[in-house]
Ligand binder design. Structure first.
Ligand SMILES: *[C@@H]1O[C@H](CO)[C@@H](O)[C@H](O)[C@H]1NC(C)=O
Ligand SMILES: *[C@@H]1O[C@H](CO)[C@@H](O)[C@H](O)[C@H]1NC(C)=O
Ligand SMILES: *[C@@H]1O[C@H](CO)[C@@H](O)[C@H](O)[C@H]1NC(C)=O
Length: 180
């Protein structure tokens, strides 16, 4: 009896692993490749046509040097060069939570949506921790759509320029992404 149950169990394991193998073969029929590219993010923090909206804050946020509890949503243009007038290739849309009580550390979730060239209608999702005092910050690429289906990798980001008078920050994002 016990033997039969064990056999049945082993058989069902074999069947389910065969199904899984068939599925992953289907998804990985193309060789995985590494793509590296750079985009600039045009972040208009304040003033007219701001691309960042302050959404919520805690009662204690104003007393926090780390702005702990602040939540913002952004919809920033992506450009090929640092100038606002350089070629636009899409948008980055997402959310920032100021998530540390002791330093300015952002918890970010964002979708890079490409609208030009071969990446048109493809997107990459980045989720991670962004400590603004670091010159270079690293965050994981956790997935993608279109040409970036099954993507994984990392981004390195740094501040290219910060113009507090006009409320404009330009950020560099260097992508290293594995996809098929
Ligand atoms: C804001 O956007 C409007 C409409 O696109 C544009 O006409 C205006 O020049 C922009 N203002 C600034 C300060 O960029
Ligand atoms: C925090 O400061 C901002 C800007 O000065 C103000 O608009 C807001 O009402 C303040 N919030 C609280 C909870 O004190
Ligand atoms: C990108 O895709 C959209 C939607 O299919 C299309 O309307 C647009 O013309 C495409 N743009 C480029 C630059 O390929």
């Amino acid at each position: 009896m016990a033997l039969t149950v064990t056999k049945l169990f082993l058989f069902s394991l074999l069947v389910s692993s065969a199904v899984l193998t068939a599925k992953s073969e289907l998804l990985t029929s193309k060789p995985e490749k590494l793509t590296r590219f750079r985009v600039y993010v045009q972040d208009k923090i304040a003033g007219s046509n701001a691309t960042v909206a302050m959404v919520a804050q805690a009662a204690t946020t104003n007393q926090s040097a780390a702005s702990f509890g602040l939540v913002t949503v952004f919809d920033d243009p992506l450009t090929v060069g640092p100038e606002r007038s350089s070629k636009n290739v899409g948008m980055v849309q997402g959310m920032t939570a100021f998530a540390s009580q002791s330093e300015v550390a952002l918890s970010m979730s964002m979708n890079f949506v490409f609208t030009k060239g071969k990446y048109n209608r493809s997107s990459l999702t980045v989720v991670g921790r962004n400590v603004l005092s670091l010159k270079v910050r690293e965050m994981p690429i956790v997935g993608g759509t279109g040409l970036f289906r099954l993507a994984w990798g990392y981004v390195e980001t740094s501040t290219y320029s910060l113009d507090l008078k006009n409320g404009v920050a330009v950020l560099v994002y260097d992508f290293s992404v594995y996809h098929y």
